[in-house]
Structures are given as C-alpha cells and as structure tokens.
Design a protein around this ligand. Structure first.
Ligand SMILES: [Zn+2]
Length: 308
C-alpha cells in the first residue's frame, strides 16, 4: 500500500504525547490559512467528487455540528490554533529565500523537529485516517479528517510555501487598492473577496458553481495531471508544495515590494491562479479521501476521479 511507507517518528505518537512534545514550540506570529471562505470553497468542491464509500466514511466521522457537510468544518484548524499551539507550524512551510521546496530542509518547526510543516501534516493525518475501521485505532479520526481537509487547502495557497525571511509574505506590507494589508492576507482573503464582489455577486455558492463549471469545461483536460505526482513520498503533498513555491515566486512575490499599492493589474493577473488553486485543492482532497476510504487501495497508482 503506497501510503503506508515508513512513518515519521512523530507520526507514531498518540495525540497527547504529540501535544506534550511540541507544545512549548515558539512560532512567529503569522496568518495561518486561506481565509475561511477559501477553505469552505475547497471543501465544497471536494464534496462533489467523493466516492460513495468516502462520502459515507466522512459523514460518519464528522461531528454532529457539521450537519453532514464537510465544508462546515474545514476552517476548524484555524479556530484551534491557539488551543493546539503545537499545530501552528503545520499550516505552512518556509524556504530559505529560494524558489524550490525540499522536505528534508524545509519541513520542520522552529525547534527543527522534522515533519512539522504542512506537507508532514498531510502525510501524518492521511496515515492516521488509514486506521478507520480498526477498533484498536487510538487516533481521534474526526480531528484527523478536519486537519487533513484544512491542510490540503493550505498547501495550495502559494504563500503557505513562501520565504522564511518574510514569513510567507506576512511581513510585506502592501495596500490592496486603498486598504492596508499584508501580502499573505491578500492571497488568503483579499483576492477571493474582490473576485466574489466583482464577479459573483458576493455569493460564495455562485463562485463555487463557477469553479465547478470550469472543472467540467476549461480545466477538464488538466485534471488528469492534477491527479498525478512525480515526487511522491506518502502522498503527493510534496509536489503540491513545490507547485506553491513556484507560484509564490512567479506570481505572489513578483514585482511586489514593501508599501506597494496592488490594484487591478495585480488582481486580474493573479486571481486566475487563486481560482485554479482552490479547484485543484478540492479535487485533490477528494482524491486523497477516496483513496483512504476506498476498497482497493492502489499501489502507487491514483484512481481517477469521475468528473461529470
Ligand atoms: Zn491554515
């Protein structure tokens, strides 16, 4: 089974021990996610592409408060980041000011514990979820699912794999049209909000429908590429991080300097990237969940999604 490759040591620790080991970790202050809307969009797309088995398992694992909808719990990991302080570095990865991502160099927390970044987290929670159905599983699989759904979103936000020096754009102050923001927040929230206002009548559901239409139309030929990865460790998360740092360099950071005003030129050239990353994250989250909860676990091959 491809995803049951050798585990990181931290992945074998029960959650309580994991908390104890890393709870003293000091992390710099930074934003941690696509905004709430980004995560909801990712999960609404994923829900549409879940297999029957995966949808049933997800429904069983969701807390009652979710009302049977995965998308309602996808922002959860941000809400618990002060409570689960150890989880803060799991929302991102930083590189030493270079436009490539290397797991061995870049996936650690500030105490240099390996695997403590968004890629390690995706591999970790994927692996935990493989124990679904095993009565001896000691994991809280409801939390594993909520973390996984969130972090697959995060790894697709380009600046969640950004430069250490500017904390993924958090320390780069910009004006988004007339409003003071930082570059990270522009990519987490502002581009999505402006697109919703300008194109989708401020409706998240309308935006999700538009992205779904693009998946069956404009992007349909790309989807088979989104499903594959050339650099697989335990999941394809390593490749998603590589894509993100490339997009950070080629789009997010490009031509941006402190105190710059970003307006129409930046918005119109970057929002297609944001929309595509949201859709990719949704498709790939569905793929991972179908894989985990499917009957026949593929041996290194990806079961193609049925895109109608
Ligand atoms: Zn996050």
């Amino acid at each position: 089974m491809a995803l049951a490759a050798p585990l990181l040591r931290l992945r074998l620790l029960p959650l309580a021990a994991f908390v104890a080991v890393v709870s003293l970790t000091a992390a710099p202050r930074r934003a941690e996610a696509w905004g709430k809307q980004g995560h909801i969009i990712v999960c609404k797309i994923a829900e549409k592409y879940l297999s029957e088995k995966a949808a049933a398992a997800v429904e069983e694992l969701l807390p009652e408060s979710a009302g049977g909808e995965l998308s309602t719990v996808c922002p959860w990991a941000d809400e618990v980041r002060f409570h689960y302080y150890w989880s803060r570095p799991l929302h991102y990865a930083n590189t030493p000011q270079v436009c490539n991502f290397k797991y061995s160099r870049d996936c650690h927390n500030s105490r240099h514990q390996q695997g403590m970044c968004v890629v390690g987290a995706i591999n970790n929670y994927t692996d935990q979820l493989y124990s679904y159905g095993d009565s001896k599983s000691s994991y809280n699989l409801t939390e594993s699912l909520m973390f996984l759904a969130h972090f697959v979103g995060d790894v697709h936000q380009p600046l969640h794999v950004g430069f250490e020096e500017d904390e993924g754009g958090n320390t780069i102050k910009v004006h988004w049209y007339r409003r003071k923001e930082n570059l990270h927040h522009v990519w987490d929230n502002s581009i999505i909000e402006t697109a919703m206002k300008d194109f989708y009548n401020r409706s998240l559901d309308t935006m999700v429908e538009a992205l779904k239409m693009n998946l069956t139309d404009g992007w349909s030929e790309d989807i088979s590429h989104w499903e594959n990865c050339g650099n697989k460790k335990e999941t394809c998360a390593n490749d998603y991080a590589i894509e993100s740092i490339h997009l950070s360099c080629n789009y997010a950071y490009k031509d941006v300097e402190q105190d710059i005003t970003l307006g129409d030129d930046y918005f119109y050239s970057r929002y297609p990237i944001v929309e595509k990353r949201l859709a990719q994250a949704g498709i790939r989250l569905a793929l991972i969940l179908n894989w985990i909860f499917g009957e026949d676990k593929p041996d290194g091959n990806v079961i193609p999604l049925q895109v109608q």
